[in-house]
Write a protein that binds this ligand. Sequence first.
Ligand code: PLP
Length: 239
Amino acid sequence: MAVTKSRIAGNLSRIRDNIADARARSGRTDDVSIVAVTKTVGLDEIKLLLDAGMTELGENRVQQLQRRAEELNGYLQRKRNPLPIAPRWHMIGHLQRNKVKNVLPIVGVIHSLDSLRLAEEIQARAEGMGQIDVMLQVNCSKEPQKFGCAVGAAMHLGEMICTLENLHLIGLMTMTPITRDAEKSRPIFVRLRELFEEMCTERIGGDDLKELSMGMSQDYSVAVEEGATILRIGTALFE
Ligand SMILES: *Cc1c(COP(=O)(O)O)cnc(C)c1O
């Protein structure tokens, strides 16, 4: 069954309430934004998200990102009333170097930068396009994960990224393993925040290093308690 407008509105308001509660519990006053992950839905649901005022959209695969972005552009060009704020795409999944040239014209932010070789490819392909906002993906869980740089390598990699003038390092990102128990994600979020604080102390990224992209449908409240500034939420928006 297709998700209705009121369903999305209801989900969004519940998610926002949970975020507000988590911010209150942790005494936070800074902003938390939501990237709506659209990988499991189609253009109709994306339109509903835009109607609900969402502007940040995320995809984890390059081909689907390209397809979605094209569909959405077509729709926005046909649409009579322009949106108050243009939507922005976030690449949140693993990015292969040979796909960099395809995503750069589409995305506003890349969350999944995890190697120097990938950073250098972005540097080369972004020539003349202006700076690309990137986040360093770090593997903070003890489980072997395929993607994300090791915690111990993150500071150095962050420093190297900052020497590449076409890249703009704005924060750190981490993925948590699938779980039903959100508390299992907490130590992973704490690890990323501590790394972030260390990088801030070392002035890596300067004042521009601000974002912690962590927390998904399964664990976003815990992520907010631990300092997330960007949540990547799919399932909970469309259930
Ligand atoms: C799918 C995905 C999410 C969102 O997951 P949900 O459980 O649907 O909220 C977040 N981050 C990444 C990298 C993803 O691939």
